[in-house]
Design a protein around this ligand. Structure first.
Ligand code: U2F
Length: 516
């Protein structure tokens, strides 16, 4: 085995806070074992004969290291962001189930054992002890500080919940044009950033999984659903909105999972039945009974709404008008993206929708009340988008463990296959994300190099994250000069963008019809 057993930490040698995070992840992995195994068998049947290489993968979970200030672990038992823990548990499982050879690192010391100093730049120059590194922004920072790696490395994958846009990723451009943030400017190929939801086609979609139901569980859910039971999404009372709760209470019994300490219970209204932070399995049981899962706007884009929908709840959430983004909202400020977040959970809004997801303006009590009344009348079946099942997550991954080519290296063949390419000219002030979406397609940045060579009477090449594009007034064409700046997200009021779109599989947006 590649892994050096003697360097593997036992939990007794780890700080207590790390142990808590790891046991959350371990419990999740154990609970879902049968589900993963069944999915792997099904996928194997389907893809039989397709050769996949076993990769040596170093997984360095930066945010869990003591050196990063261990920002999340202290909160694990108090309802802090468990979403990241869910995702890392599922990433580790996916890579393991696919048969890769994993080394897991949770400290800078272990990381240095995995990467000898001065090694690992692209193109590969000598033998390395790994083929790929999965890490996060904290981990990247640590690698740079302690190993001095050069950072256009094709073997790095960065788990990045909210995504990184090309304008923020390119160091020179972000500095010159006001896109520089604390997190961005690593000059990676943006496909190396992997997000929790498929919201940013410039990045890869990693995702996580939602627990699936068997026939018996489905039957029980139908039998035991309590029509007037609601669970509020939000592990801190500060996330709740009292006025709307009072309205909801006219119609439903309200349950919560807000963390509390015995001596200081949380400030939730007396009519709320608060269970405290629950083990994941018990939360599932609560969701199986409930009819409604109610979000008040925070946390953004977490896993819980998918779990609620999978257990037959309707997710009711606020629409954001104007949308929240790093330009107008504190939570997103400093994140390397200007993506506009149209509701608490845009993925469920756009890809799932009614009857499972209802998105309304919570500033209007009337709209909120009508939504609750409609939900009480509706019968809803449990639902999981295929891409959030174990099989769906495994199906996407062989592709992510394939080498992502550094932009200055010519890839041997285009992936996804060029047969899926559809070319569009956007309207002015519209991104390629929107242009493709409006035609029922998705923007595919891998195609940009193929459409950059347009024919035009007047043609110039410049570094600009909205190019290739056509100037609205002057009808002049602009090519992209810097491949790192090819961007689905870029928008300009003065340009119509040339957009490479492709089809996608229903329930598996990362793949096109000809991809499998
Ligand atoms: C998001 O992180 P959160 O951890 O706040 O996301 P949630 O959707 O609330 O839940 C994450 C998991 O916590 C579990 C639940 C989910 O899988 O089953 N859980 C639990 O075990 N017991 C409970 O009582 C309640 C929930 C998000 F993931 C990140 O993208 C954001 O960065 C973060 C922002 O704070 O919010």
């Amino acid at each position: 085995a590649w892994r050096n057993q003697s360097s593997h930490p036992t939990t007794s040698s780890l700080p207590k806070r790390q142990v808590k995070s790891l046991s959350f992840m371990r419990r999740r992995m154990r609970r879902l074992t049968a589900q993963w195994a069944a999915a792997a068998r099904r996928l194997d049947e389907r893809l039989r004969g397709q050769y996949r290489e076993q990769k040596r993968i170093l997984v360095h979970v930066g945010f869990l290291t003591e050196e990063s200030g261990d920002v999340f672990s202290p909160k694990v038992l108090k309802g802090g962001p468990l979403g990241e823990m869910v995702q890392w548990a599922d990433i580790l499982t996916t890579l393991h189930v696919l048969g890769h050879n994993l080394k897991i690192s949770l400290s800078v010391k272990e990381l240095s054992l995995g990467i000898p100093p001065g090694r690992g730049s692209c193109p590969l120059t000598g033998p390395l002890p790994f083929d790929l590194i999965y890490t996060d922004y904290h981990g990247l920072q640590q690698m740079k500080q302690h190993m001095g790696l050069s950072f256009r490395q094709c073997h790095i994958r960065v788990i990045d919940t909210f995504g990184t846009e090309p304008a923020y990723n390119n160091e020179e451009y972000s500095t010159l044009h006001g896109y520089r943030t604390n997190w961005g400017y690593w000059n990676l190929n943006c496909k190396q950033y992997m997000t929790m939801f498929p919201h940013t086609p410039d990045n890869s979609f990693m995702g996580f999984v939602t627990e699936e139901l068997n026939q018996t569980e489905r039957f029980k859910i139908k039998r035991d659903k309590v029509n007037n039971m609601a669970v509020v999404y939000g592990k801190e009372a500060s996330m709740w909105k009292e006025k709307l709760l009072t309205i909801l209470h006219h119609y439903m019994d309200i349950h919560g999972t807000v963390y509390y300490e015995a001596q200081r219970p949380p400030e939730v209204p007396a009519f709320v039945r608060n269970h405290g932070l629950l083990p994941q399995q018990e939360l599932q049981q609560l969701l199986r009974k409930a009819k409604l899962f109610l979000g008040f706007g925070f946390p953004y884009e977490g896993p819980a709404p998918l779990e609620a929908i999978a257990n037959g709840c309707v997710f009711l959430q606020p629409k954001f008008s104007p949308p929240h983004s790093s330009l107008n909202h504190e939570f997103f400020r400093g994140k390397p993206t200007s993506r506009e977040v149209s509701s608490q959970h845009p993925y469920t809004e756009q890809y799932i929708g009614k009857p499972h997801v209802i998105t309304v303006d919570f500033n209007s009590s009337q709209e909120f009340e009508t939504a609750v009344q409609d939900i009480l009348k509706e019968k809803v079946e449990p639902f999981i988008p295929y891409e959030y099942t174990c099989e769906g997550m495994l199906e996407r991954r062989p592709n992510s463990t394939a080498l992502i080519w550094a932009p200055n290296i010519t890839a041997p063949a285009c992936w996804p296959p060029l047969s899926a390419l559809r070319l569009f000219l956007s309207t002015e002030a519209s991104s390629c994300v929107k242009t493709c979406r409006d035609s029922g397609l998705i923007c595919e940045p891998a195609y940009f190099p193929f459409i950059n060579n347009m024919e035009c009477e007047s043609l110039e090449a410049e570094k600009n994250h909205v190019f290739p594009a056509v100037h609205v007034d002057r009808r002049e064409c602009f090519q992209q000069k810097e491949p790192l700046l090819f961007s689905c997200a870029g928008v300009s009021a003065k340009h119509q963008r040339l957009c490479p779109c492709r089809d996608y599989l229903h329930g598996q947006v990362a793949l096109c019809r000809d991809c499998l």
